[in-house]
Ligand binder design. Structure first.
Ligand SMILES: [Zn+2]
Length: 539
């Protein structure tokens, strides 16, 4: 049986055994099973995006071309921590007739692939529940655990009292809202008066009014009438963007504990504010409940770095200027124009031959950087080898000078083994070339056209297309210039590759790639016509 070893180092894995350790353990296992190790692949860099892991790509290529029968890894999470990824890789290996064996799980089967992910998910949920229970117990025993609300300060561990300065502002907000000022007006006035908001940040409409159903925002916080509320929302992770999202808990799951000493406003004004809020919410304000635009949340104002949102039917504008009145040079752009420019940039510019050449160049450069990182680990290995050899030499000298062999035998055997491993590894460092399908540009262009077409199509397809487009875009920065707004599109290389290679690498889904590890991104900008596209690869 011909085996390939795959090792990955990631500091985020709980047991961060070094690549060398993993390879050594896998070799021992292979020797026991009488398998011949024909290749060793490793990925030193941390990356969640499978496609950007040259080592794993190499192992998969070897499986595809039939040069191996087994892949050995220390544990399934070395292959990937993502269940979808693992499933895709497993499918490919089964298709190629290659077995996947890990030291901790044994031979991986279809059931295994599903179960392990499920077990992980259950474990995480269980942990979250336990944490919540613990916090609830503390709350019921009178200790404050949730975040500290505006208007209070901590006096002792878990105890809080009213901060008179902030309490005055809380009362002012209630009074102004009761008098008919909008949350936006209230926020702008507070900012203009240089009153620092919660956490020292600026005031905005959401700090003032928040979300009534989740009890967020000053006028919805029952602490101001002397009731502590906990468990209003919980956090879930979006499977595509990996971002934490707040979800409202049902009201009967809220935990209320009286805390009369924390009351700041009286029941009368609280009641009036609630009534006014109710009236406002029921008013069928035209367009107030507009469906969210598919680019919302991604557009940034270059001047203040803040977000941009729909400020009327046709335009996106700087939210900082709109909500807080504090942006020095607010950006504005027509919605239709922005959509058109973004889609054109994604669809056409990237497949112009010169643009695709630049794209490939970026890809290759990132790959080369990876390889240099690998070279650093090779140098480390060489240093190790020199050290082991020196130590062995010293032992030989010691023996020659009459030190009893019994005392040094064990250590010497150990060193000899280590040296053999290091020597074997140094012969196999040839990193595989970057895997770029020659048709990728064309596939990519077609996918994006399909996406653009489905945007205006049937509802579910449109929703899916919006989601995918969003996954390609990290952010869109609008800068105001005399000749009109300029658009910077900052995208995720891994996401773009995922769209182009959907079906080849990640099964049939066209979802965005895993993005959690997008730290220290390499960025390259392409100037294409009037749009600048920056690709940032997952590091
Ligand atoms: Zn701005």
């Amino acid at each position: 049986m011909r085996a390939a070893i795959y090792a990955r180092y990631s500091s985020s894995l709980q047991t961060a055994a070094s690549i060398d350790d993993q390879i050594r353990l896998c070799r021992e296992h292979a020797a026991k099973q009488r398998w011949t190790v024909v290749h060793v692949y490793s990925d030193a860099a941390v990356s969640g995006a499978t496609i950007l892991r040259p080592g794993l790509q190499g192992a998969l290529a070897a499986a595809r071309d039939g040069s191996i029968d087994i892949i050995i890894a220390e544990a399934l999470d070395r292959i990937s921590r993502d269940q979808e990824d693992v499933a895709g890789i497993y499918k490919r290996l089964s298709f190629a007739g290659v077995a996947l064996v890990t030291l901790s799980e044994g031979e991986i089967g279809a059931l295994h692939v599903g179960l392990k992910g499920t077990m992980n998910a259950i474990f995480l949920k269980d942990l979250a529940d336990k944490t919540r229970r613990g916090m609830r117990g503390k709350l019921e025993s009178g200790k404050a655990v949730a975040g500290l609300s505006y208007g209070y300060r901590v006096t002792a561990v878990g105890e809080r009292s009213i901060d008179e300065g902030e309490a005055t502002i809380v009362r002012r907000i209630f009074i102004e809202y009761d008098q008919g000022l909008s949350p936006r007006q209230i926020a702008k006035r507070l900012n203009a008066a240089a009153v620092p908001g919660p956490g020292g940040r600026l005031w905005g409409p959401s700090t003032v009014v928040g979300n009534r159903h989740r009890g967020l925002g000053v006028i919805n916080n029952e602490i101001y009438i002397g009731t502590m509320v906990w468990n209003r929302q919980r956090f879930v992770k979006d499977p595509d963007s990996r971002k934490r999202q707040a979800r409202a808990n049902p009201r009967d799951a809220w935990v209320r504990v009286p805390a009369p000493h924390l009351r700041i406003v009286d029941d009368d004004i609280w009641q009036r504010v609630k009534e006014r809020q109710g009236a406002y919410e029921h008013k069928p304000l035209s367009g107030r409940r507009r469906p969210k635009h598919f680019l919302s949340g991604l557009i940034k104002c270059a001047s203040c770095g803040g977000g941009m949102s729909a400020i009327n039917q046709t335009q996106f504008g700087c939210s900082t200027a709109h909500d807080r009145g504090t942006c020095p040079d607010p950006a504005r752009i027509n919605k239709k124009e922005l959509e058109r420019r973004i889609l054109t940039a994604l669809e056409c510019n990237l497949v112009r031959p010169e643009a695709f050449a630049a794209f490939c160049e970026t890809f290759t450069r990132v790959m080369n950087e990876r390889r240099r990182e690998q070279a650093v680990s090779i140098r480390g290995r060489e240093a190790d080898l020199a050290k082991v050899t020196r130590e062995l030499d010293r032992f030989v000298d010691a023996l020659a000078q009459g030190v009893p062999a019994d005392r040094v035998r064990e250590r010497m055997v150990e060193l000899e083994e280590r040296r053999a491993v290091l020597l074997a590894q140094s012969g196999q460092e040839e990193a595989p070339g970057p895997y770029l399908h020659p048709n990728m540009a064309e596939v990519y262009r077609r996918k994006v056209s399909e996406l653009a077409a489905s945007l205006s199509g049937e509802q579910t397809a449109a929703a899916k297309a919006r989601e995918t487009l969003r996954s390609l875009i990290d952010r869109i920065v609008i800068t105001m210039a005399p000749e009109g707004p300029s658009v910077d599109l900052i995208g995720d290389l891994a996401g773009i590759l995922n769209v182009a290679s959907a079906g080849a690498i990640r099964g049939s889904t066209v979802a965005g790639g895993p993005k959690e590890s997008r730290v220290a991104g390499h960025r390259t900008s392409l100037f294409l016509g009037q749009e600048r596209i920056s690709f940032r690869a997952s590091a």
